[in-house]
Design a protein around this ligand. Structure first.
Ligand code: NAP
Length: 306
């Protein structure tokens, strides 16, 4: 009887041990697989929030009034599905109107907007204000525009809005390694995306790798160097030579280079030819050699202060 009892006990402990080891292995595999994977067929990536984000979109900084409305409407009617706006750009209303008028299914459009630091102390109201201006039932992603006073409280207000269904995913902008290390232990929902300055003259590879290692998507602002700098970048001899080789423009080479480093792009434009050109980046692939040539252009040259 005693033998049977100990035999059963031993079998039970063995089963429990195997089961927990299996579970651990699964958890580890999940950890290793937490990378955000770019799907070049669907032109989307799955975020850690569970939502799909388009790999390319349009930025709206400095686009105002009709220029903003017309650019976004044209972009949506020509296949662009990701729009980046912000409270501080003063164009959320125009973006929202273009989304409505485009007749594109709302569920196929991904809208990013941002809270500015001067809104962090009243974030809950600011979120409602953004929903109202955009005139949408939910915002796909809300970013904190910069680190600043009350940013943890503002982030927590966004977390609450996620629970309420007002916002789907959360992100940060202009957060680098030090800022992320300090901020992440203070919040509950890991951000789905970080949006930072990234272009061939400011590649920030260490920061990109760090963010990606957390299972967080990276998005680049000023992909073409930013207004006032884009001419120099687009006339860079290395980029022009590569562009000629692939029968593409220098802008398309830069955007494709970003995608191949798994960086989502949001070039800003109000020019209909450029808007279309900026979507035609999936029918060619840069060789490793050309990726290296572009990597060598890095100058650690920031084009804005933050
Ligand atoms: P950008 O995308 O680097 O460059 C825009 C400039 O490039 C415009 O002058 C545009 O002129 C030109 N351009 C666009 N496509 C082109 C093409 N195919 N060929 C030649 N020229 C082209 O700069 P950005 O718009 O300032 O930045 C992108 C977005 O990032 C912003 O719109 C904004 O949404 C976001 N952003 C975020 C932050 C942040 O702190 N989170 C900061 C800055 C920007 P045309 O209008 O003539 O095409």
């Amino acid at each position: 009887m005693k033998k049977v009892f100990f035999g059963l006990l031993f079998t039970f402990i063995l089963i429990i041990t195997i089961f927990s080891l299996n579970n651990k292995a699964e958890a580890n595999t999940n950890m290793e697989n937490n990378k955000v994977v770019f799907n070049f067929n669907t032109k989307t990536a799955k975020l850690n929030s569970g939502y799909e984000i388009p790999l390319n979109g349009i930025g709206t900084y400095s686009l105002l009034n009709d220029e903003c409305y017309n650019s976004i409407l044209f972009a949506l009617q020509n296949g662009v599905r990701l729009i980046d706006t912000a409270y501080i750009y003063r164009n959320e209303e125009e973006v929202g109107k273009a989304v409505k008028d485009s007749k594109v299914d709302r569920k196929d459009i991904f809208i990013i907007t941002k809270l500015y630091p001067n809104q962090y102390s009243y974030a809950e109201n600011a979120i409602n204000e953004a929903l109202k201006k955009l005139d949408v039932e939910y915002i796909d992603m809300m970013l904190l525009h910069h680190p600043g006073q009350n940013d943890v409280e503002a982030y927590k207000a966004i977390e609450k809005a996620v629970k309420e269904g007002k916002i789907r995913s959360i992100g940060l902008s202009n957060w680098y390694i030090k800022e992320l290390k300090e901020f992440l232990p203070k919040i509950n929902i890991i951000p789905a995306l970080v949006q930072n300055e990234i272009h061939p003259y400011y590649q920030d590879s260490d920061v990109i790798e760090y963010i990606q290692s957390l299972g967080v998507a990276v998005q680049g602002w000023y992909p073409l160097g930013g207004r006032g700098h884009q001419k120099e970048l687009l006339n860079d001899k290395v980029l022009k030579d590569i562009a000629q080789k692939y029968d593409k423009s220098a802008a398309q080479i830069i955007l494709r280079w970003n995608l191949q480093r798994e960086v989502i792009v949001i070039p800003g434009s109000s020019n209909i030819e450029h808007i279309i050109e900026n979507t035609e980046i999936y029918d060619f692939e840069l060789s490793d050699e050309d990726m290296k040539k572009i990597a060598a252009l890095n100058r650690d040259e920031k084009h804005d202060w933050y």
